[in-house]
Write a protein that binds this ligand. Structure first.
Ligand SMILES: [Zn+2]
Ligand SMILES: [Zn+2]
Ligand SMILES: [Zn+2]
Length: 152
């Protein structure tokens, strides 16, 4: 679950249900991998204004969320709120909890995960970041064109 939407989908966009797919398909549902990026579970101004995170001057290094996926699946937020959707499949893909046992389990997992990434953050090199930065940028440019077409 901590990998959810952190990699681009290898499948063709129209060939499957992108909502239940664990990969990202738009810049709006991409999530920066929390084990590499540190960000608080708060919305960046670009998300509040809905202008797209390429407009954020801090770019991918921003310490706030650039998509709602980043906020909902943040290790501090994941499965902390009760799910009120009637037609939920209640799987781990849902960011909300469905019973207290599930909630407790998620909190435990998030705690362990955070302990692990804290030690990993220390060894992330500038090289890793550079590669990721380029991947994200390349993806952004390619998909921006597509998204503009969809909006027309
Ligand atoms: Zn997909
Ligand atoms: Zn930002
Ligand atoms: Zn649910």
């Amino acid at each position: 679950m901590f990998k959810y939407k952190t990699a681009w989908c290898p499948n063709k966009k129209d060939s499957h249900d992108s909502k239940s797919c664990i990969y990202a398909h738009h810049t709006r549902d991409f999530r920066r991998p929390p084990e590499i990026f540190r960000y608080q579970p708060e919305d960046c101004d670009t998300l509040v204004k809905g202008v797209g995170w390429d407009k954020c001057e801090k770019g991918i290094m921003c310490n706030k969320c650039h998509t709602t996926v980043e906020r909902l699946y943040h290790p501090d937020k994941y499965k902390r709120i009760y799910c009120d959707r009637q037609r939920c499949n209640k799987s781990e893909i849902c960011a909300f909890y469905h019973n207290t046992k599930e909630r407790g389990q998620a909190i435990k997992e998030c705690k362990n995960y955070k302990r692990n990434i804290n030690s990993r953050h220390a060894v992330i090199t500038a090289n890793d970041l550079n590669t990721l930065n380029q991947q994200v940028k390349a993806f952004y440019v390619a998909h921006q064109k597509e998204e503009q077409k969809e909006l027309l």
